[in-house]
Design a binder for this molecule. Structure first.
Ligand SMILES: Cc1cc2nc3c(=O)[nH]c(=O)nc-3n(C[C@H](O)[C@H](O)[C@H](O)COP(=O)(O)OP(=O)(O)OC[C@H]3O[C@@H](n4cnc5c(N)ncnc54)[C@H](O)[C@@H]3O)c2cc1C
Length: 476
């Protein structure tokens, strides 16, 4: 061990939810000590390390349901020409998609954390937890220099995989109930020199070969930023001829903010049994084989790709689903699909349930039913972030407490950011910071640290709304 450090709030994991959590905590606890620990040398998590884009989605069919820090990041990216903002989804899968440049996102997140006074520790992997009674007292961090121990009043697990919760002994689930298999993993890749007009023209001539949004071919031809889901027959033919061998039935790619550049979401490694290094190594090798096969297929067979070139793959394979904690409330498919709201909701989301088959080629989509409420979004309760074993540990992002099906809606990046902001505010309040009461800012007032479940939820919600978050609640 090399030294001890003590913080008010420690956030582990610098991805979508972790960055929002650290910012939410620092803004709730001005003058407080907030530390963000990340195993890579950069921020952004799956959005940068696994090249996932675009962000999906900030909107229900009728309104914007995610704002706060997530929107703030998009606004800065737009001001720098690094995102067009929320644009029409030409596949019609969701109301809007938000393309962005991953390199710019890394920079913007660093700047925001610096401005908020968050301490940052990169190249540091959390590998252990010391729990005394029901409290997490310290965590063990592995760096090149060896192991160090850090303590805090409250902690946020934003590792996406629930690593810290796992080390702290929190109950969890993995995959679907029948066989514990999670959604498949995908190594995304970026291609440049794609002739987007040729792609559009082919789709316009063969509309039955593509999934198109409500604006149809016209919407596709007019769009500056396109999402493409299709080329069904060309893919099928290549599979039949043995040119490619993978569990996919559609070509799927998305424009970045830059002309001729696309992110391809097509490799698929199914039957993932666990998160062990051996399993993930096999997955990386198989995904890389698929990527190179796919690139050759696209260059050879797809209109618009003859001169296209592979320029990047993710630094790691993207995991759609890993550990999900068993929390104080487990969000279900019924909650999602019925557009349920909760008195303790801290975020809302309009993304459908989108399950890529854990062991096959298809995708199952279940849409939120507007029903009588006319609301095509649902709420996420604060209790999904909390657990019964460790009272000062909140879990955010991909690993919150849901069923396998509900997770297929809560796993998307914008909602991970929204939940992250709430986790950060909740952690700061559990560390003894007041947040805001009504309009009177009492942010520097201190109380004794408490269990995250003891935080005054109404005050948490008001603090989030004062920070610009959308909660889907009328609390005026
Ligand atoms: C193939 C694929 C396609 C997707 N498509 C889309 C899409 O089109 N649009 C969309 O919005 N979402 C998409 N998603 C989902 C979305 O990208 C992620 O679920 C979301 O970004 C997760 O955010 P997070 O903060 O929970 O986790 P992550 O972004 O994974 O962040 C976790 C962070 O914690 C760090 N970390 C992990 N373990 C440790 C540890 N022990 N110690 C220290 N640091 C650690 C990681 O390095 C990482 O930076 C996709 C996901 C995948 C895999």
């Amino acid at each position: 061990m090399t030294g001890d450090r003590d913080y008010d709030v420690i956030v582990v994991g610098g991805g979508s939810s972790g960055v929002a959590a650290a910012l939410g905590a620092a803004r709730t606890a001005p003058g407080g000590r907030v530390l963000l620990i990340e195993r890579y040398g950069f921020l952004g998590g799956t959005l940068t390390a696994a090249l996932v884009a675009p962000m999906m989605t900030f909107h229900s069919p009728k309104e914007q349901v995610i704002r706060g820090i997530a929107q703030e990041i998009v606004d800065i990216l737009m001001a720098r020409g690094m995102s067009p903002g929320h644009v029409y989804d030409t596949t019609g899968y969701v109301p809007t998609v938000t393309p962005f440049d991953a390199e710019a996102l890394k920079e913007v997140e660093l700047e925001l954390l610096g401005a908020a006074g968050v301490d940052l520790l990169l190249h540091s992997q959390v590998v252990g937890a010391d729990v005394q009674g029901h409290r997490l007292c310290s965590i063990t961090v592995q760096g090149k220099e060896g192991q160090s121990r850090f303590s805090a009043k409250s902690f946020v697990d934003a590792t996406g995989d629930g690593d810290l919760a796992y080390y702290a002994g929190v109950d969890y689930e993995f995959g679907r109930p029948a066989d514990n298999l999670p959604q498949p993993a995908t190594l995304k890749f970026k291609m440049i020199n794609v002739d987007i007009e040729a792609v559009k023209n082919y789709a316009a001539a063969h509309p039955g070969e593509f999934r198109l949004g409500e604006r149809g071919v016209k919407g596709l031809l007019e769009a500056r930023h396109i999402s493409i889901c299709g080329f069904f027959s060309l893919l099928e033919e290549a599979k039949r001829k043995g040119e490619i061998n993978l569990l996919r039935d559609q070509v799927l790619f998305f424009s970045t903010p830059f002309p001729g550049e696309v992110i391809v979401n097509m490799s698929r490694v199914a039957n993932l049994k666990d998160l062990s290094s051996a399993t993930l190594t096999k997955a990386e090798i198989e995904a890389r084989r698929q990527v190179h096969e796919l690139v050759a297929f696209m260059q050879r067979r797809l209109p618009g790709f003859a001169a296209a070139r592979l320029v990047a793959t993710g630094a790691q394979i993207g995991l759609r689903e890993s550990r999900r904690i068993k929390g104080l409330y487990r969000l279900s498919a019924e909650d999602v699909l019925s557009g349920r709201t909760f008195a303790d909701q801290i975020a809302c989301n309009a993304y459908p349930i989108d399950i890529h088959s854990p062991d096959g080629a298809g995708v199952v989509t279940m849409r939120i039913n507007e029903g009588k409420s006319g609301r095509a979004y649902y709420g996420i309760p604060y209790r999904c972030l909390l657990n019964a074993q460790v009272e000062n540990l909140l879990v955010t992002g991909r690993a919150i407490s849901t069923t396998h099906e509900a997770h297929a809606s809560t796993r998307l990046a914008p909602v991970c950011m929204a939940v992250g902001q709430a986790a950060g505010v909740g952690a700061a309040m559990a560390a003894g910071y007041c947040g805001r009461s009504g309009t009177a800012a009492k942010a520097t007032e201190r109380r004794k640290p408490m269990a995250a479940a003891e935080v005054d939820v109404a005050e948490l919600q008001r603090t989030l709304m004062a920070q610009g978050a959308e909660l889907g609640l009328d609390m005026a």
